[in-house]
Design a protein around this ligand. Sequence first.
Ligand SMILES: [Zn+2]
Ligand SMILES: [Zn+2]
Length: 383
Amino acid sequence: MIPTKTGKDLQMMKAAFREFYFNHGNRIEEPVRIQNREFGLMGFDGVMKRHLKFSSLGRLVASLVLETPSDVFASNAQYDFPVLPISEKGWRGADLIFDIDLKDLDLKCRLSHSYMTCFSCRSCYFSGSEDRCPKCGSNNFAEVMLPCDRCINGLKSEVSKLHRFLASDIGISPEKITTYFSGNNGFHVHVLDESFNDLNSQARADLAAYIMGIGILADVIGVRRDTHNDFRVRFPLGGLDYGWRKRISDKLGISITSERKLTKLVKELGDIEQFRKRVADIAKEMGVRIDSQVTTDVHRVFRMPGTLNSKSGLTKTLCLDLDSFDPFEESCQLSSREVAVEIMPPRLKLRLKGERFSLSEEIVRVPIFIGVYLISKGLAHAV
Ligand SMILES: [Zn+2]
Ligand SMILES: [Zn+2]
């Protein structure tokens, strides 16, 4: 939950967003067969308009300048009739998309850049273990955070892991895998291979579970319960050279000739149940931390590449080279026009668009890209 914004906050954000779409609307990526997509526009009033249709990118951009929504979404699905209710749209397949979000990574640096902001008295503090506002005693507060370089690197390594699964296990050629920074705390990976478009929700759920390492059994490397309620080891005929059977056997130090070693290992752990648990733990540890609900939903509207994310004022951006990609540079595309804001936390440091800022609890003039970034996180207010 993001702390409430004032009318002035929303006015400042909306003006910055309108200016962006007026000057840089051409940076929005046109979806394949735009006329068959459903669009959703989230207003700064918090109301989402769905079931919209735009026949060209030009018409969409014109509408963004005119209406200036806070967030812009297009369906991953293609429909015969995008404006009708879901049951009547005529589904014609959906792009396969994966979402990797900071909230699923549980990184240790989080507390070092988290703040609590109070809804009642608007005070803002470094986050600790408080369960109520130290100033007014209210328990109505939100924890907000500014991601750091370690957060971004943690996300990138998870994205690379996903790339490896998609290429080596699923057989998707790397040039058909496109990666975007979401504009806030995550990355979206889009598969541009239409042979996956017909997959239904269940098939996508199975694919997501495989990638996450859920439901990987000891059977995969040939350890099974036998008729005497004991176990037996018989390696799979196809060997141990690919997929999860390779990951699990490498992790256990097992090769196709080490049947006795594997038998010993199971006995050392106690019994087959303990071994199964060990395999499940390894698979969970080695799997990719994706948000499976995102992959499974075939009627979802997704943030459009090239549009602004109202949780940060940063742009959803294509990452041509993941290693060198720096969201705090490349995704910060609002102007440098100066605005006055009141900084809420006692102090904060951040780096954005090639500049380092060290700010403290006072009214300051800052470039609007900083103002919007902090307002969107609830760490500053427009004055
Ligand atoms: Zn308070
Ligand atoms: Zn961090």
